[in-house]
Design a protein around this ligand. Structure first.
Ligand SMILES: Nc1ncnc2c1ncn2[C@@H]1O[C@H](COP(=O)(O)OP(=O)(O)OP(=O)(O)O)[C@@H](O)[C@H]1O
Ligand SMILES: [Mg+2]
Length: 240
């Protein structure tokens, strides 16, 4: 049984269809990538999984349980955490307080909460040095790390990462992907949405391509890296 199982999912904003008939799975300890261009439906799909957008069709199952209509905070409680597109850290709150807010759906005892925060600071040393600064004073890369650290505060079994590279300089993107790599083997599955297809395919086990709200291709990431359709459309390499 897959940890996450999405079947026939349809998503819409009123009359505007964002995704149709999406089926995908994420297994335990797997990193799975979603690749697709602007407006393909990637963020909408993550919102559907996190409970921020109610599906028009289909089901979302987590650990065998049907969570299609479950409220977002209940999903956090079950072990699904979202690091949203554009990071959305709380700008006026300190780095440490942003982390505290990430744990809102867990009823940690005080000592447990402290330990959880220190564990995040060990993983993201740059955040530790800035723990008392308001989040708005962080660089883009640091804010991205804070968004990921905040999501990890709820001890997720599934981490949803929406465009972690967005707006970051290449050297910082590398740091962020190095962090994602270190999460592998820690008992966390990751579903990562990325426009930087090469990075997403290198860090993931499997990937799905989404175009105009539908999955058009899926497979092992190592295979997709060499697939001429992927190379032409997403890796800036022409055929032949
Ligand atoms: N709040 C909204 N209201 C109405 N339509 C929306 C809303 N959010 C997204 N859409 C539409 O849904 C479709 C999918 O958008 P979505 O944000 O999921 O794409 P995306 O793949 O994440 O794109 P990007 O790479 O630019 O982040 C688009 O056509 C978009 O215009
Ligand atoms: Mg998006």
């Amino acid at each position: 049984m897959a940890l996450l199982e999405v079947s026939g999912l349809g998503l819409a904003y009123g009359p505007i269809r964002a995704a149709e008939d999406i089926s995908l799975q994420v297994g335990a300890d797997e990193i799975v990538a979603i690749i697709g261009g602007n407006g393909a439906g990637k963020t909408s799909l993550l919102k559907g999984i996190a409970g921020l957008l109610t599906p028009t069709t289909g089901t979302v199952r987590f650990s065998g349980e049907d969570i299609t209509r479950l409220a977002p905070h209940r999903r956090v409680g079950l072990g699904i955490a979202l690091s949203p597109e554009g990071r959305q850290v709380f700008p006026d709150q300190s780095v440490a307080d942003n982390l505290v807010l990430g744990a809102y759906a867990r009823n940690f005892a005080r000592g447990e909460l402290e330990a959880e925060i220190e564990e995040k600071f060990a993983l993201f040393p740059r955040l530790a040095e800035r723990r008392n600064q308001p989040a708005l004073t962080l660089s883009g890369g640091e804010q991205q790390m804070l968004a990921i650290a905040r999501a990890l505060m709820s001890r997720p079994r599934l981490l949803l990462l929406d465009e972690p590279s967005l707006g970051l300089a290449p050297i910082i993107v590398r740091d962020v992907f190095r962090i994602i790599e270190t999460l592998r083997g820690r008992g966390i599955s990751i579903l990562i949405v990325e426009q930087m297809a090469n990075l997403a395919l290198k860090v993931s086990n499997r990937a799905y391509v989404i175009e105009s709200g539908r999955i058009t291709l899926d497979g092992k990431s190592a295979d997709l890296l060499h697939d001429p359709r992927i190379r032409a459309a997403y890796l800036g390499v022409s055929h032949g």
